[in-house]
Structure formats: C-alpha cells, structure tokens
Design a binder for this molecule. Structure first.
Ligand code: SF4
Ligand code: SF4
Length: 156
C-alpha cells in the first residue's frame, strides 16, 4: 500500500511542477529593467538611513548595537556623529531601533550601490540629506500573481 501512496504523491508533485511551469508561460515577468523601472516600496521600508543631526547626541549606541560593525562615530567640531560603511550594512536597522534620540530613520532609498568602496562610506553630512525623488517613468508592484504590474507614482 505504501509504495502506491508514494507513487501517487510523486505524480501529484510532478503535475503541480508542470502546471506551475505552464502558468509562468502566460503571465508577465517579475524582472524589471532597473534602473529605468523599479519596484514601489512603502514608507517603513528598510533602505538607507536618514540622520537627524540636530537630534544626535553622539552617544554611540548605534555603533555599539550594530552587528556588522559598520558604524564609526566621527568628530565634527565639538560634536560626534555616526558615519556608515554601507559595504557591510545588512539593513537590519537595529541602529535605528536602538537610537534613544530617534535621530535615525529608515528611507525608501535602496539603490545605493557604488563602483568603489570609498563611495560606500557615508559621512554624517551625506546621511543627513533626505533621499532625492527619482524621476522614473515606471514603478511596478508584485502584488498580483500575474507578474509585475505598473502602478501610478504617488505624489510625495
Ligand atoms: S544616531 Fe542615535 S544612537 Fe547613534 S550616536 Fe546619534 S543619538 Fe546615539
Ligand atoms: S542597519 Fe544594521 S547592519 Fe546596518 S548600520 Fe544599522 S545596525 Fe548596522
């Protein structure tokens, strides 16, 4: 009896695999022509950080909690601020969650790849600049099972 059940289960699994493959022949792809096309991400997405210089006390808790050790506290005049090395950041945002002054914030900016390592070092001044709005013509969503679909851009 057990071999029959095993064979029936295998037949069902194989059928599901074929049906899944056939279904993908008829819907739009999920891949996009980045950077001309990009996925829409909502506020709360864990992209790069925004640092509020006026709130930061330089306490260093963000650097202490960071599991990747990618934050260095650097001097600026009489004050100290975090500097990030995005070559190691895993975007867990522990630093944001643990900051006692709410001086760090997530942003929806995620395309911060660079050609050289030194460009991945973000100074406090660079971190303090809000993300610039991208002028993409096409923003897509993957909310449906039919592949990526174009969505209208929201006004900021
Ligand atoms: S960002 Fe927050 S946790 Fe980091 S040094 Fe400034 S106040 Fe402290
Ligand atoms: S997001 Fe995570 S890995 Fe990146 S700097 Fe913050 S604590 Fe470190």
């Amino acid at each position: 009896m057990a071999p029959i059940i095993g064979k029936a289960k295998a037949a069902v699994d194989i059928s599901i695999a074929y049906l899944t493959g056939i279904r993908h022949l008829f819907h739009r792809p999920y891949t996009l022509r980045f950077p001309q096309q990009r996925y829409a991400v909502e506020k709360g997405y864990r992209g790069r950080h925004l640092l509020h210089l006026d709130r930061c006390t330089g306490c260093g808790i963000c650097a202490w909690i960071c599991p990747e050790k990618c934050i260095t506290i650097v001097p600026r005049g009489q004050r100290w601020y975090p500097q990030y090395f995005y070559g190691r950041c895993c975007f867990c945002h522990f630093c944001t969650d643990y900051c006692p002054e709410f001086a760090l914030e997530e942003t929806v900016e995620y395309d911060i790849a660079e050609y050289t390592r030194d460009r991945l070092v973000w100074s406090p001044e660079r971190l303090s600049k809000p993300p610039v709005k991208k002028d993409d013509k096409y923003v897509f969503s993957v909310d449906t099972i039919g592949g990526a679909s174009q969505v209208p851009q929201k006004e900021e």
